[in-house]
Design a protein around this ligand. Structure first.
Ligand code: ADP
Ligand code: MG
Length: 685
């Protein structure tokens, strides 16, 4: 038996009770325990003060000199400080809210303190201290200790002990899974050694090398899996091969009110090629807001219907569904195509009729929210599924379709420009098409950042634009007043603006809690120009297209992610007029201010995305749990960007040839892939 698969109770010092505790960390086997990595280290090596950088977290040893001073402030706060002499340098050690230490900090005692060191003021804010006799101190000195994320019932100390004994007994049994050539090529530590080193590094460098090896492995496995999905999917070629009359598609394209941009033309070509191929298309179409993705979708839908199939367009909100329905109907009805909207506000009867027509094949194209494919919806001949904005069309949805016996071509459209590192992780199993060009003649949106106290001027600015016949959006973070958050809410702002514009203009209110009918109504009145100012929450964030709107005001803009701000801004600048985006924000932090500056400095969604990612890291980038971003234990797709690229190339090479599928040196990797049920029966031993 593989020792590593044994339950954790095989480790010395772990009984049934501890094993139960470990289960809450999803640790069941010895292997799970060995692969529970520390998220940082406590560096207890005593440092020479002359080498320390400003603000670095360090440990020093010194002698207390003189009396501590305690100062109380606020309700329950205190600051205790004492001088500590370290190699003839006097450092001020500071503790917050630990006034009870006063009696322990005796002059002449030796103390080891760890914390953030302010070099310029020779001060340390102490996070941990030990009064030690010289003997115990020697023992502590020179060690780097792992810190694990733990709970109240399991301490870091315990975790260290358990992992330590697991390593003692089983550490040498950890098998290698990467082929030797790869280890050589990138100078990677063997797996067993890396696991030893990531937990208990003898030096910082060893720890880093251990981490490097394991992070690379993590990225490689991830990429391998994604690309193997893709390869197997293509090899199986069980998709629909659509016969598309290209002349008819060209005719349709020429009937559009504008010529396609070069980028649109290129991506249409890529999409049609996939649709004609025997495998299922699995393609991501990304393009900045306003780059014209809808018409690309319309062409693909037109093509699928000409080829004798049905098409479905799925979107995240009812508003957007309604809008796409109108657009598609306008474009496709003249060619005799039947388009229907499956809306949440349809009556049971309307719904039944639509579903029946869909099943009989009378309907060519259906538009609806993402619930569309989940429900009891049946198609006569489904050829193409397009999803627009935000949601990732993942393996799960594909499974739903396959369970219904469907293998349509799938196109996923997103207007959140995704920096390359994230694109190849979140969408590594997809082909990517990019519209990197806006239709000609667009005027760049002018973006301004103002403080709240300028609101009166913002109002007169809106009035001026309305005077020219334009319309405006005013976005608020909340629907109604909250006693927890001091931010603007749509209901109050709507009341305020209604009063301000009472003499001349109509102000509408839009938010997620309105009845679908009310939403439809206000949206329609806004798009027909009856409502001049739309006060709304972020429900209008994606896709909404009202070209006459030229002002976008965003309240408390610091509360939104940059991707989201860029989306909101994309609601204007859709017509021939100069458009404006006004961000009202009083950010407190430097990062917050920097984010506002980024928005005013660039209109390019990819640039916004790149800088946002740098500022915030990948976790926050999409701003939702539903991002489809995989979570890595060790790797960080921003920091480990180059490693990710290398892993991707190596994975592509492995998947591309026959080696991965046949050679013995890849057997461990094949075994790992086969743990995913998708590969059952598709990979040999
Ligand atoms: P998005 O990519 O954000 O979904 P849309 O598809 O809503 O963008 O297109 C934005 C606007 O640009 C629409 O009014 C659309 O009719 C128009 N449009 C799209 N393609 C072109 C083009 N090639 N030339 C001119 N206008 C275009
Ligand atoms: Mg769109």
């Amino acid at each position: 038996m593989n020792h590593l698969k044994k339950p954790v109770t095989a480790v010395k010092g772990i009984g049934a009770e501890s094993a139960a505790e470990l289960q809450s960390f999803h640790i069941e086997t010895v292997q799970d325990l060995l692969e529970y990595f520390p998220y940082r280290y406590e560096d207890y090596r005593v440092r020479d003060l002359s080498e320390v950088k400003e603000g670095e977290k360090i440990t020093i040893v010194g002698t207390i000199y003189g009396e501590p001073a305690v100062r109380f402030y606020g309700k329950k706060k205190s600051r205790t400080s004492v001088k500590v002499v370290v190699d003839r340098v006097v450092v001020t050690a500071i503790w917050f809210n630990r006034h009870f230490l006063k009696d322990q900090l005796k002059s002449g005692l030796e103390i080891m303190i760890s914390g953030k060191f302010e070099r310029s003021r020779l001060q340390m804010t102490v996070s941990e201290h030990h009064f030690m006799d010289s003997l115990r101190m020697k023992e502590r000195e020179g060690t780097i200790e792992p810190v694990y994320s733990t709970t109240a019932s399991v301490t870091v100390k315990q975790m260290r002990k358990w992992i330590g004994s697991a390593l003692d007994k089983f550490g040498a049994d950890v098998p290698e899974i990467l082929p030797p050539d790869l280890l050589d090529k990138y100078k990677l530590m063997p797996r067993a050694e890396a696991i030893q080193n990531i937990h208990f590094p003898a030096s910082v460098r060893d720890g880093q090398q251990g981490r490097r090896r394991l992070a690379f492995e993590e990225l490689l496995l991830f990429q391998l899996k994604m690309q193997a999905y893709h390869a197997v999917n293509r090899r199986e070629a069980d998709g629909v091969r659509q016969e598309i009359p290209l002349e008819k598609v060209a005719e349709f394209t020429q009937s559009l009110p504008f010529p396609l941009t070069n980028a649109q033309r290129r991506v249409v070509g890529e999409i049609l090629k996939d649709m004609q191929a025997p495998y299922s298309m699995n393609r991501l179409l990304q393009g900045d807001v306003g780059s014209g993705k809808t018409v690309v979708a319309a062409i693909a839908l037109y093509a699928t219907v000409c080829g004798g199939y049905q098409g479905a367009l799925m979107v995240p909100t009812e508003i957007l569904a309604e809008q796409h329905f109108v657009t598609l109907k306008q474009l496709l009805a003249p060619f005799g195509m039947e388009v229907a909207l499956l809306s949440g506000s349809a009556t049971a009867r309307q719904r039944r009729d639509i579903l029946a027509e869909l099943q009989s094949g009378m309907l060519n194209i259906i538009v609806g929210t993402h619930a569309l494919i989940q429900e009891d919806v049946y198609f006569a001949r489904l050829g193409l599924v397009i999803t627009d904005e935000q949601h990732r069309f993942g393996v799960e949805q594909r499974r739903v379709l396959r369970d219904k016996g469907l293998h349509p071509d799938v196109l996923f459209m997103t207007a959140t420009p995704i920096p390359r590192t994230l694109a190849i992780t979140a969408f590594g199993d997809m082909d990517v098409s990019t519209i990197d060009e806006l239709p000609a003649g667009r005027k760049p949106i002018e973006t301004y950042w103002v403080k709240h106290d300028m609101f009166d001027r913002v109002l007169s600015f809106i009035r001026k634009e309305l005077g020219k016949g334009r319309q405006a959006y005013v976005i608020c973070p909340l629907i109604e007043e909250s006693d927890k958050l001091d931010v603007q809410n749509a209901i109050d702002v709507h009341a305020q603006l209604s009063q301000f514009f009472a003499d001349a203009y109509q102000v509408g209110l839009m938010h997620g809690r309105l009845h679908p009918k009310e939403k439809d109504d206000v949206m329609q009145r806004f798009s027909q120009g009856e409502v001049d100012v739309l006060v709304s929450t972020t429900v209008v964030e994606v896709g909404v297209n009202v070209p006459n709107a030229s002002v976008m005001v965003i309240y408390d803009a610091e509360r939104f992610g940059l991707a989201q701000l860029h989306q909101l801004r994309g609601r204007v600048g859709r017509g021939a007029d100069q458009s404006f985006c006004i961000l009202i924000a009083d950010p407190k932090s430097e990062v917050g201010k920097e984010r506002m500056h980024i928005m005013t400095e660039t209109n390019d969604g990819f640039e916004v995305a790149r800088r946002d990612l740098e500022l915030r890291g990948p976790g926050d980038f999409f701003g939702t749990k539903q991002s489809g971003m995989p979570e890595f234990k060790l790797a960080d797709v921003v920091q480990d960007y180059r490693m990710l690229e290398v892993a991707r190339q190596e994975a592509a090479e492995m998947v591309g040839g026959t080696a991965l599928w046949e050679e013995p040196q890849f057997a461990p990797l094949r075994r790992i892939l086969k743990e995913d049920e998708f590969f059952t029966g598709k990979i040999r031993d």
